[in-house]
Design a protein around this ligand. Structure first.
Ligand code: NAD
Length: 334
């Protein structure tokens, strides 16, 4: 499989494949750029359709982490890890330990952590084999950076609302949160508490039902995003490519802002959103809270500082990006 000729290859420094026969581990770690420090980025486990899908994902994700760390002004480079497999069947202690050893082989040049289908508990298993795991410190959330990510997304949504409606109030705003994993629920909870009407979807029906039961949100069908005319904000908090060639011309929301990495399938989707007057907040700004949380976990945790730092990026930086894009008449992708 070609790496240097891959369409998502953009000067990545290292792309390493890891295999461990006994545990069945098949994984890729990608370091995009380490100019600012060791590459940091979580590890996800997905039953990718094929190896090339996994490579595409890790190349895109690690590059996004470079931008995120630079925007957040934390001394890290961009990296990411993907494990190829079904987390419901293949995620064993032996596999996670093998992944820990794979991470350790980078000698600290890559620092891992939680991401899709990899929890704090999973990270603690990997940490038996390596010191280079973030997101497991003794914090009020037990090391889970997801609530800080959710806080940042709420701040970015408020900034986008201010840009669009000249008020950052969430009262009465109609917001679709896609994905009820680690980030979706704390985001929905904060939005509901601030007076928003929140709609949720998840391919995992139990998680969706739990969100409805616990959070006062409304369950909707998959075509809601393109059929409900009054939607103010679409907040993708599941997989990437949430905005894609198929739906970009039909999305009804006025704002797209969520936690998912790589929300746009391609840059052309950003052009279409702009042409349709839809505000797009770059994902690596909106979801900076998790990275900032890990930074404070690694340097002495202070929850107030972590919140203030997250707000300064997710709210203030979003406002700057949106007004710069408006003044320059360009997309927010730059
Ligand atoms: P998670 O694995 O805990 O949850 C993802 C949820 O999305 C699951 O409930 C899953 O069933 C659901 N889902 C998957 N495909 C879906 C689809 N097509 N439609 C609706 N729901 C679907 O992941 P998470 O930690 O909550 O992260 C969510 C997104 O945010 C990911 O893209 C992740 O990379 C990104 N992110 C997370 C953090 C963090 O702190 N956890 C930080 C930055 C970015």
């Amino acid at each position: 499989m070609a790496v240097f000729g891959h369409k998502e290859f953009h000067d990545h420094e290292r792309v390493v494949y890891g295999y461990h026969k006994e545990s069945g581990l098949r994984a890729i770690i990608s370091i995009h750029n380490s100019n600012l420090g060791p590459a940091l980025g979580g590890c996800r486990m997905i039953p990718y359709v094929n190896d090339d899908d996994a490579l595409t994902d890790v190349l895109r994700l690690s590059r996004g982490m470079t931008y995120k760390a630079a925007m957040a002004k934390v001394p890290y480079g961009g990296g990411k890890a993907v494990i190829l497999g079904d987390p419901t069947k293949d995620k064993t202690e032996a596999l996670l330990c093998a992944m820990g050893r794979f991470i350790h082989s980078f000698g600290g040049e890559y620092i891992s952590g939680e991401d899709m289908n990899i929890s704090v508990a999973d990270c603690k298993v990997m940490a038996r084999e390596t010191l280079h795991i973030g997101g497991i410190a003794e914090t009020p959330t037990g090391g889970d950076p997801s609530p800080m990510t959710a806080y940042g997304v709420e701040m970015a949504i408020r900034a986008a609302l201010f840009h669009r409606y000249h008020t950052n109030s969430l009262t009465g705003k109609k917001i679709h949160v896609e994905g009820n994993g680690k980030v979706g629920p704390p985001l929905a909870e904060g939005l509901v508490a601030a007076g928003a009407e929140v709609f949720v979807t998840d391919i995992n029906i139990e998680r969706e039902r739990k969100a409805v039961a616990d959070l006062g949100v409304i369950s909707v069908s998959n075509d809601f995003l393109t059929s409900y005319d009054e939607l103010d904000v679409y907040a993708p908090c599941a997989l990437g490519k949430a905005v894609n060639d198929e739906n970009v011309g039909k999305i009804t929301a006025k704002i797209v802002c969520g936690a998912a990495n790589n929300i746009l399938e391609n840059p052309e989707n950003g052009e279409t959103l702009k042409e349709r007057g839809i505000v797009y907040v770059p994902d690596y700004v909106a979801n900076c809270g998790g990275l900032i949380d890990i930074y404070y976990q690694n340097t002495g945790y202070d929850v107030e500082k972590a919140h203030a730092h997250t707000k300064s990026v997710a709210y203030d930086m979003t406002l700057k990006i949106l007004s710069a894009a408006r003044n320059l008449n360009c997309t927010t992708l730059f």
